[in-house]
Design a protein around this ligand. Structure first.
Ligand code: KG4
Ligand code: ZN
Length: 331
C-alpha cells in the first residue's frame, strides 16, 4: 500500500519552509527560503519584514518542493501548517496560504503546534523513541522540559523564567560581534578556546525550571570589565555553562522520571557540544537518545508535516486560528 503523504508549511518566524513527508518519516523534499539577509542589519528579527518576506517566498517555495518531489497535489493526503507559537503576521501568511490551497485542492488543512513539530523532528528519517520519554526542547523561542507517558500524552515539567538558551546564544554572539543567528558560530569559536572563566550555572540543582538571563548578563559584565578578553575563551566558557545547565537538568529529570528515552529537539539541538554531552549522559543512564537528524534541528517544514500525522488520527477540528503563545501541552 502506498504511504500517505503530507505537505508541511512552516512560517512561524524567519524561515519559509515547506516539505513533503511520508508516514514513515522519509522527507521527499524540503525547501527553505531563509530571511537571514532581510534581518541582518537589525541584530534580531524585524516582524513586519518577516511577514512580507513570507508572502514573497511562500508560493515559489511550494512550487519548488512539488517539482523536486515530482508530485501533483492530488497525491497528497493533507496539509499541516504552523498555527503557533510564533510571530502573528508570519503565522497568518502560512495559515491563509494553507487554507487557500486546501480549498482549491480539496484537502484537509490542520493547524499545527510548532513545538509539537520540533518534538516529532526526532522521528524523521528512521528516528525512534521509546516511552515514557523526557523531552528537552531548546530553541530560540523556548527552553522547556516535558514528560511523555506515551506517544500521545505530553505534560510540561519546567520552562524558562526569562530567556531561552537560544536567545542567550544569540545575545552573547552579538556581544562578541559574531552575527545572527549566533548558535553555530559561537559553537565553532568555543571549540578553539579554553573554558577558563567561571560563569554562573543558573538554577542548576534547583528543580526543573531554567533561567538564562543571569548567564547572559555575566558574560556582558565580564566583557565590560575585561575589554581585551580572548573571545574564544569567553565563547568556550559560555557554552560550557549553558551545557552544564542543560545536561544537568536532563540528568535530574532522568533520575526523577526514569524514562526509556530522552528526546532532545529545537534549534540548539544542532549544537555538537550538546549532542556529545547528551550522548554521554544517555549512555551513562542507559536510556535511548532521540535527536533529529542535524538538518531538521532548526525550524523546517518537514517536522510540521511529521507532526500532522498525529493530528490526522485524532479527528479533531482543524484548529486553524493563529495562536502566537501556544504552549506545548496543547494541540
Ligand atoms: O528551533 P529554532 O530554529 O527556532 C525557534 O523555534 O526558536 O531555533 C533557533 C535557535 C537560535 O537561537 C540559534 O542560535 C540556535 O537555535 N542554534 C544553535 C545552533 N544552531 C542553531 N544553538 C547552538 N548551537 C547550534 N549549532
Ligand atoms: Zn522552532
Amino acid at each position: 500500500m502506498r504511504q500517505k503523504l503530507v505537505l508541511g508549511i512552516e512560517t512561524s518566524c524567519d524561515d519559509t519552509s515547506i516539505a513533503v513527508v511520508d508516514e514513515s518519516g522519509q522527507v521527499l523534499s524540503c525547501k527553505t527560503a531563509s530571511q537571514v539577509e532581510v534581518h541582518a542589519g537589525y541584530g534580531g528579527i524585524y516582524p513586519e519584514f518577516a511577514s512580507r518576506a513570507h508572502v514573497a517566498a511562500i508560493i515559489p517555495t511550494l512550487e519548488a518542493v512539488l517539482a523536486e518531489a515530482g508530485l501533483s497535489p492530488d497525491q497528497l493526503s493533507a496539509i499541516g501548517v504552523t498555527r503557533g507559537p510564533g510571530l502573528i503576521g508570519s503565522l497568518l501568511v502560512g495559515i491563509h496560504t494553507a487554507s487557500g490551497l486546501g480549498a482549491g485542492w480539496g484537502l484537509p488543512v490542520y493547524g499545527i503546534n510548532h513545538l509539537r513539530g520540533h518534538l516529532r523532528s526526532a522521528l524523521l528519517e528512521g528516528g525512534k523513541v521509546d516511552y515514557p520519554a523526557i523531552v528537552l526542547l531548546a530553541s530560540g523561542g523556548h527552553t522547556l522540559l516535558a514528560f511523555m507517558k506515551d506517544a500521545s500524552s505530553i505534560a510540561l515539567v519546567g520552562t524558562t523564567r526569562d530567556d531561552s538558551v537560544g536567545e542567550a546564544y544569540d545575545k552573547v554572539a552579538r556581544m562578541l560581534k559574531l552575527g545572527f543567528p549566533g548558535g553555530p558560530v559561537l559553537d565553532r569559536l568555543a571549540k578553539t578556546g579554553v573554558a577558563n572563566i567561571k560563569f554562573p550555572r543558573p538554577m542548576l540543582g534547583k528543580g526543573f525550571e531554567f533561567s538564562f538571563s543571569g548567564l547572559k548578563s555575566s558574560v556582558r559584565r565580564h566583557l565590560e570589565q575585561n575589554p581585551d578578553a580572548e573571545v574564544a575563551d569567553v565563547a568556550a566558557s559560555f557554552v560550557a555553562a549553558a551545557m552544564d545547565v542543560l545536561i544537568g537538568k536532563c540528568r535530574a529529570a532522568i533520575a526523577h522520571y526514569q524514562p526509556a528515552s530522552l528526546i532532545v529537539v529545537g534549534g540548539v539541538s544542532a549544537s555538537p557540544q550538546l549532542r556529545f554531552g547528551m550522548k554521554a549522559l544517555c549512555e551513562e543512564a542507559g536510556v535511548r537518545l532521540a535527536l533529529p537528524p542535524l538538518q531538521w534541528a532548526t525550524d523546517n517544514g518537514a517536522m510540521i508535516a511529521m507532526a500532522t500525522f498525529d493530528y490526522m488520527v485524532q479527528d479533531n477540528d482543524k484548529l486553524l486560528e493563529v495562536a502566537p503563545n501556544l504552549p506545548i501541552d496543547m494541540l
